[in-house]
Design a protein around this ligand. Structure first.
Ligand code: TRP
Length: 447
């Protein structure tokens, strides 16, 4: 009945899903937004969201793909056996994909830039080397454009080759390598004087620091970091054969993703507190802290080469998943050849990315609602489009597909869990999302 490509096996799928989830969101974004939002209380809410909202929606999203056996839009149609109104979820996801990949690629470009500088040994000049380098990069639309161009070309190249072929091999090798390197950095940070402060900052919640936008950001980030609400997991789930179990995979992806984010956070904040840097340093945080450390460590230059290389691979296995969603949609519904779809969509996103490139220089003073294009794209997609996409996915599986779906996911013999999952999807997760968004919007209209 269906002849779409499928993963070569369970491991391949787990790797691809984990590869999509683990990326800049964990190593760059999580530490930076945690710093901006004051630490512990934010982390606690984020963890809460992963467990209660993210994980169930991850399961739901994979289920829609696996059963629907199509792209983000058609999976809904297939499940309802008609042109489903729920397919609007797919369009929310597609628009988020354009926005997210446009800035993701620019940040990926920063990583490539830092890889080049590591190779040129630019981070061996003591403590202030890193800081100057970052502001120089931000000030230069030219340098950022080069990084953005290369990152986007790599993403397009991999998607052209088909996600299964190119990506599987590399992720199998490089994800474990990244884990090992992070473990090494973590052990090193245990010996830094700032480690205790980092622990306290991340794990001692101070709720007085929490504002309603922090809560919204925590919810949004739980979607961003698990690649949810945009159809990645629908698309990847659709490449699954019918036998695979979703729950175990979903739990593993959520666990690994969270674990990596927390380790990255501890590593980065240990450096912050050791060298008296600013925890709320913003999007540049990772790029200021790590080179600082590398420039002081024995073997630091080599570590820095390895680190930025592995982070760029982690970023690529995520960016590829974003582009794949859109390409798969155009390929199937509009019958555009895969190659053409990849090139056109990639190029449009590439152009959009320049608004982010210019956000730190030419257009630095240009603000919409007080936000640069970079922040605006991030805010619209992470805080609104992804949670709304997730909300619809949750409601669709909870109310429309209902108990039979939950039983199918959990297994015949565990009806209690099926009911628990069902009510989380029907009420708890949607309510959490709605309350947080409404709370934020009310406070801001009121203010
Ligand atoms: N989850 C990835 C990260 O943390 C980014 C990502 C990939 C993503 N696909 C996504 C974010 C889909 C939102 C939606 O780096």
């Amino acid at each position: 009945m269906n002849n779409r490509a499928h993963w070569s096996g369970r491991l391949a799928f787990i790797l691809a899903a984990t590869g999509s989830a683990i990326g800049l969101g964990n190593i760059w974004k999580f530490p930076y937004i945690t710093g901006v939002n004051g630490g512990g209380a934010f982390v606690l809410i984020y963890l809460f969201c992963i467990a209660l909202v993210g994980l169930p929606i991850l399961i739901a999203e994979l289920f829609i793909g696996k059963e629907g056996q199509a792209n983000v839009v058609d999976s809904f149609n297939n499940l309802e056996d008609k042109k489903s109104n729920w397919r609007i979820t797919g369009f929310v996801g597609l628009s988020a994909a354009f926005l997210i990949l446009s800035f993701y690629s620019v940040v990926g470009g920063w990583v490539l830039d830092f890889e080049l500088r590591s190779l040129l040994m630019e981070f061996s000049g003591g403590t202030n080397a890193a800081k100057g380098v970052l502001s120089e990069l931000f000030a230069s639309p030219y340098r950022q454009s080069i990084g953005h161009t290369i990152f986007m070309l790599l993403t397009i190249g991999i998607v052209l080759g088909g996600v299964k072929n190119g990506l599987e091999k590399w992720t199998k090798l490089l994800m474990p390598a990244l884990f090992i390197l992070l473990a090494l950095l973590f052990v090193n940070s245990l010996f830094l004087p700032g480690f205790k402060d980092a622990l306290a900052f991340l794990f001692l919640p101070d709720f007085s620091k929490l504002e309603s936008h922090s809560v919204l950001e925590a919810v949004g980030h739980s979607f961003f970091t698990l690649s949810l609400g945009m159809g990645v997991m629908i698309t990847y789930g659709s490449y699954l054969k019918q036998k695979e179990s979703l729950i175990k995979t979903a739990i593993m992806v959520a666990f690994l993703d969270t674990f990596i984010a927390l380790i990255a956070g501890l590593v980065i904040f240990s450096i912050v507190f050791t060298y008296n840097l600013e925890p709320s340093g913003g999007p540049g945080l990772m790029f200021q802290t790590l080179p600082q450390l590398f420039s002081q460590m024995t073997g630091g230059s080599l570590l820095s080469i390895a680190f930025f290389l592995l982070v760029s691979f982690a970023a690529l296995s995520s960016s590829v998943s974003i582009l794949e969603v859109v390409v798969n949609y155009f390929e199937e519904t509009k019958k555009v050849a895969r190659k053409k779809a990849t090139l056109i969509v990639g190029f449009v996103i590439y152009l959009l990315g320049f608004l982010t490139v210019f956000s730190t220089n030419i257009l630095a003073d240009f603000k919409i609602f007080g936000l640069s294009f970079f922040d605006l794209f991030d805010r619209i997609s992470s805080s609104y489009l992804l949670p709304i996409g997730g909300l619809l996915i949750s409601l669709f599986v909870g109310w429309k597909l209902s108990l039979p779906a939950a039983v199918k996911i959990v297994g015949e013999d565990r009806k209690i869990f099926a009911h628990a999952l069902l009510w989380i999807l029907r009420v708890i997760a949607p309510l959490a999302i709605v309350i947080v968004i409404v709370d934020f919007v009310m406070k801001h209209i009121g203010a």
